[in-house]
Design a protein around this ligand. Structure first.
Ligand code: AMP
Length: 401
């Protein structure tokens, strides 16, 4: 049970929830020790083939709703065999990942009815994510009635981006209507940039964090704050991704509509789900593309070249904007695991003082993630992201205050 000291809660169990439209990822932390008590997920919610996994326990059974998934979790937590909690009231706070906080939410936020209404207002800005996030919140409110519900926004870290980097050169009326760069993956960029500063033992740093997963974005982080990022008003801009195009010329959209008779919905689907690496190399899984490259597949080789090229362009852009670079950080599924992508990205960047050590790059873990060459002026780091831990920490800090 949590105990209270001078009205500050100094020790508590925090549940972190990341709700997608048909999935629910969760981790239960003992804070501030950051000990993970339970980690798992429910996936394919609403389908016949749903799966629930918590630590070593796994079950395949239909899970109709997010509430059913949370109920499975509660049963697991309360089970005598697992000895995790005796009562749901032991969970003092639930930290929720919420993708879009618009201009409204710049900090971890205690969820109230008013906050939920604002999250609803932002549905149009993140139609795939915010509704699912709200479902997670409402379900957790029902099941963990005693817990404080806290929202941690993926866009919040990027609210420090200065106006010259977040405003588009379009008529002012649209800026007034909230059309600006918001940026995404903020929780991940914040987490790895803080970890990088610990390694550098300074906070007055110029960093580029590369979150390369199924979705991908790069962020320029100056003195611990987001200064610019590749995603914009929505999560399609910037780097080439698994199924998203990244930067394209806007006129392509007009041409597709006017001359080739595609509807807006079809164009959305093309740019969100049928583009990126899937379009270039036939798969959105980088492991397949690497295998194809090894087998001499020209399309796969071109796709990887373009993938790395898009990242390089932003390394140049951000280094110029910050007038320097102290560290380049690779994270997420591809950033953490793909030796080939890291090598291609860093190749021929000695002009910026970026020189990778190929031997260290084979197995970064053996070198505490530091894969910089001996003469590299810029540190090249591989830092596993941990969005759940970041959410737990921010939730804990808010509870403390
Ligand atoms: P994430 O969205 O962070 O889970 O990253 C997912 C992507 O990471 C997948 O699409 C894979 O392409 C990539 N990935 C995962 N493991 C590896 C690996 N060992 N080597 C190369 N890519 C990987």
């Amino acid at each position: 049970m949590p105990y209270f000291c001078n009205t500050k809660i100094s020790h508590m169990k925090i549940l972190v929830l990341n709700s997608g439209s048909s999935s629910l990822k969760f981790q239960l932390f003992d804070m501030p020790q950051t000990k993970v008590l339970v980690k798992g997920l429910a996936e394919r919610i609403g389908e016949a083939t749903s799966r629930f996994k918590a630590n070593d326990y796994e079950v395949n059974q239909p899970i109709g709703t997010h509430k059913d998934a949370l109920q499975l979790l509660t049963t697991y937590l309360l089970d005598d065999k697992n000895q995790i909690i005796k009562d749901t009231s032991e969970i003092v706070a639930v930290g929720h990942r919420v993708v879009h906080g618009g201009n409204t939410f710049v900090q971890p936020t205690l969820i109230t009815e008013e906050v939920k209404d604002k999250i609803k207002e932002l549905f149009s800005l993140a139609p795939l994510h915010n509704p699912a996030n709200l479902t997670g919140i409402e379900t957790a409110e029902e099941i963990f009635k005693d817990a404080k519900q806290i929202a941690i926004f993926d866009t919040a870290f990027h609210q420090s981006i200065p106006v010259e980097n977040h405003k588009y050169a379009i008529p002012e009326t649209f800026y007034e209507k909230g059309i600006r760069k918001y940026g995404f993956h903020g929780i991940s960029h914040q987490y790895v940039s803080r970890e990088a500063n610990k390694i550098l033992e300074r906070t007055d740093t110029k960093l580029i964090t590369l979150h390369l997963g199924n979705g991908a974005s790069a962020t320029a982080v100056r003195n611990g704050k987001s200064f610019d990022t590749t995603m914009g008003f929505g999560p399609m801009n910037g780097l080439i991704m698994g199924t998203r195009s990244g930067d394209i010329d806007q006129s392509i959209i007009f041409y597709l509509m006017d001359k080739l008779n595609y509807t807006l919905d079809e164009i959305q689907t093309i740019l969100n789900k049928q583009s990126g690496m899937k379009a270039l190399a036939g798969s959105n899984d980088l492991r397949d593309i690497e295998t194809a490259t090894d087998n001499g597949d020209n399309q796969a080789q071109l796709a990887l070249k373009m993938y790395a090229g898009a990242i390089k362009k932003y390394i140049g852009n951000f280094t110029a904007q910050m007038n320097g670079l102290d560290a380049l950080i690779f994270t997420a599924g591809i950033g953490e695991n793909s030796q080939k992508v890291r090598e291609l990205v860093c190749k021929n960047l000695d002009v910026f003082g970026i020189e990778i050590d190929k031997k260290k790059n084979k197995n970064p873990k053996d070198y505490q993630g530091d894969i910089s060459g001996q003469d590299s002026k810029v540190k090249i780091l591989v830092i596993p992201t941990n969005e759940e831990l970041e959410i737990a920490k921010q939730t804990f800090d808010l509870m403390q205050s």
